[in-house]
Design a protein around this ligand. Sequence first.
Ligand SMILES: Cc1ncc(COP(=O)(O)O)c(C=O)c1O
Length: 404
Amino acid sequence: MDKKQSDRLQDDTLAVVAGEDLHPLNSFQPPIFQTTNFRFATIDDMVEQAQGRRSQYLYTRNANPTLEVVEKKVAALEGGEAALVTGSGMAAIACSLLALLRSGDRVLAASSLYGGTLHLLNDILSRYGIAIDWFEITEPESLARGVRPATRVLLAETPTNPALRLLALEETARFARERGIQSVIDSTFASPFNQKPLELGWDVVVHSATKYLGGHSDVTAGVIISRRELIDQIAVFRRWLGGVLDPSAAYLLIRGAKTLTVRVERQNENTLRLARFLERHPNVEGVNYPFLESHPQYELARRQMRGGGGVLSFSVRGGWPATRTFFNNLKMIPISTSLGGVESLVTSPFWTSHYGMSEAELKNSGVTESLVRMSVGIESVEDLCADLDQALRASADSGEGTGA
Ligand SMILES: Cc1ncc(COP(=O)(O)O)c(C=O)c1O
């Protein structure tokens, strides 16, 4: 299916059919090409390949037909010309940035990025002569303050982890384009179902496909979507840095991505209902979710997102002692990291992603000891509410939630 054809189909259809017209031997499902290398019929073919007169599969680190199925599917879902799948979300971000930057360049980065991305910028890129300037996603004027003559890339995420703040996608992409800056957005928390940054003018979209695209917490992968020309540039970096995905993992990703839209629609619905339930709960102090009317950027959320996504965060009344009691009293919902899978789970950003950060950094990212981040799955929302409710009541009954 070419780009023109895929433009006419809905996401529900694309998730199922895009990329699936490639399979050899009339296979209904994509074969797993579990091979590192491919054969040449004659040495003359190999010579032609070397001279650029022939194009066949050569080595899986360069290209593999199973990986190409995922790439076509995700490119179609994001409305992009092409995509590249990588061994993790971090590999997708690293390949994209390294391909777009050179020593002496500067990145204008949102201060509320995933911890791994912050390490990449602060601890790794900085060693290769790439400097970082910061902006606040909810303060548009901080963008202009952060631009320097050497700024080449603007990097952000929306919604953010764990406060679920939003970046105005269309305005920010325009800001970058008008200044000749390449814009890169990590759209992991939204998934390609809820938000389409390329349509709003972004140059490159990256995802940790470990989350919604895979959807079953069983495959670590990343994906980069953009124009063909930029994807070709980034592909060189995937090849030489080596962050390719294994074909078996690519198969899991294909299988997961086929149900993306039904999963995420249900996650959107469950999460909004849970957010409303938590907002009314006496043992909860505040709830962050973009599709709650009380969210300070609710209008923006409705403008640029189809649904609010499957992650919310809230504060348990009564500080850490009550929050600890809450976590330890959950009966069904597990305590774990990550997000985007069919299973609900809860985590404490204070003790995981944001552990050891300074008070100012914690305040900036909206993290306290009482903050709970929940990734909402596809279970019955009544069962989820019941488990949260009994654990919240326990947090209050322990005497901690009342401040006693
Ligand atoms: C927003 C975001 N971007 C990138 C990553 C990194 O992805 P991966 O763990 O697949 O490398 C994560 C992981 O949690 C994430 O939440």
